[in-house]
Ligand binder design. Sequence first.
Ligand SMILES: *[C@@H]1O[C@H](CO)[C@@H](O)[C@H](O)[C@H]1NC(C)=O
Ligand SMILES: *[C@@H]1O[C@H](CO)[C@@H](O)[C@H](O)[C@H]1NC(C)=O
Ligand SMILES: *[C@@H]1O[C@H](CO)[C@@H](O)[C@H](O)[C@H]1NC(C)=O
Length: 527
Amino acid sequence: MFLNRHIRSALFLACAAASVAAQELLLEPTELWNYQLTPQADLGPVEIQKGNGVFVDPTGRMAVVTTVGATVYAFNAYSGAELWQYQAPPDGTGIARCRSAVTFAPTQEYMAFTVVDNENSVSPTSRVIALSMDGAPLWVSDSLDGIAQGDPLISSDGSYVFLTHNEFDQDAGVSTAHFTILEGNSTGSVFFTDTSADNIAFGPPGIFHNPVEGNYDPIVPGAPVSEGENNRNDFLMWSQTPRPSDTAIADGFIYGFQFPRTFAGNATDIGFFPLGEIESDFQAITPPVITNEGLSAYWGVSRSSYRGWNTRRFSRARSVSAGFSRNANFAGQAVFAAPALSNSGPDPIIFGGSASNEFIRMNIEFQSTVVPTQALIMSKAVVDGEERAVYYVEMNGNVHQANVETLGDIWNYTMNFAVEGEMALTPNNDVLIVADRRGVIQALAVAEILGTEAPSAFPSDMPSMAPSGDDTPAPTGADVPTDVSGPSPTVSPVSVPGVPTASPPSGAASHGVLVVAAMASVACVFF
Ligand SMILES: *[C@@H]1O[C@H](CO)[C@@H](O)[C@H](O)[C@H]1NC(C)=O
Ligand SMILES: *[C@@H]1O[C@H](CO)[C@@H](O)[C@H](O)[C@H]1NC(C)=O
Ligand SMILES: *[C@@H]1O[C@H](CO)[C@@H](O)[C@H](O)[C@H]1NC(C)=O
């Protein structure tokens, strides 16, 4: 088997010593493993759509993938061996769909994702499902009214799961926005829920665990002390989001939530609150990224723009604002994915797409560098942990490793198919995992892989291996999303391996085909 010099060098390091310090970035990526999800009668559709994607657990061993069919798959992040899968049960006779990430409890004791039941009916509902780190179901929440927004957020000690969800009455044209807190440790039952009476919809919240303080002015204007002062409880923030009936983007309020300083498990005296007395000049479809010990935040918002609060109270007007090229189909279109920050300090570099064909780098003053792309950026960028590079993927499947200063390509790699889900980088910064819309998961070695454990066998439940190469099933045709507001990708997927997106191949029995490049001859296996 052909081993290129990068893999050889990675293997050398992996097998040599655990004390090797730095893992150099590779000059070009190496295909480490790939896995093609295949439709099965007892599982949902394998498509990985917007909101789904790849999520690496905090230990870096496990890559968890969600699909629109509400199936969760877990893989060894380094070998691609399938570890487990979980299918969300339908709610009665309904159809469950997933448009969320898996989020990991900071305690690393469980993970959670949301499903939407009967999303195309007049009264869809949502549930949150918690799984153990081994994929065993821990709880399924009650059905919540409306459609869950974004990802469920887990409190710092795992006690609570937060989410927003919106109902829409088509006949009355009225939207009802909810903020709900579930009991995370036990049953997933509703601990607290409250509703806005304002005919609005809530966007997905962002969270900051244990900030130095709640960074907002007194909730009751003029009160002497902010509820956030000396309050190190988790802080959440979200905005209004366009209602299904909206054809233009109005101004909108932003909202916050924080348990009181004195909170001791009593849901009586808590509630969300508007941040500031006046509306902001944006709405958003993504959460803000809160950073700098909870004192700064950056947000990709409507009209292809960004807002930032640099150590400024979130209830006040943002300190920085920047606008980029508008989406050709809808000028109000918000940025599609949350920004990625180079570090969690006071002065990060901010990376993200616009609502058009652009990838952007900004400093905290929003001085920007913009590179044109061929397609929209639907997924959050990923920054190398040592800030040596930034990874971003265009919706046409072109993955870039770019220079953090100039945004110039260091290398690019094409998935040859649409990518709109999230990608993930291991905590060691050595493996980037990308999934395309038809359920092909590709792990790329992007740095020398540092083996930290003694050689061991692959798990016994590992799927059968197949030779690497281009011998996977023939494509069933280009399948570029058409339901996205924006210019179509100009590079169409052509002549690429694909699977039927509708029905399973007859007689398909296996869970998929694992292709491990270069791994078969590896004497030293990464755990
Ligand atoms: C939930 O579990 C965490 C960790 O096991 C614990 O610290 C916390 O107190 C628990 N919360 C509740 C409300 O029981
Ligand atoms: C919660 O607070 C309310 C009002 O402050 C009080 O009436 C109630 O007894 C408290 N519940 C518990 C379980 O402490
Ligand atoms: C991809 O990288 C090559 C160099 O390897 C470069 O010539 C090309 O412009 C890059 N493509 C894009 C779309 O950036």
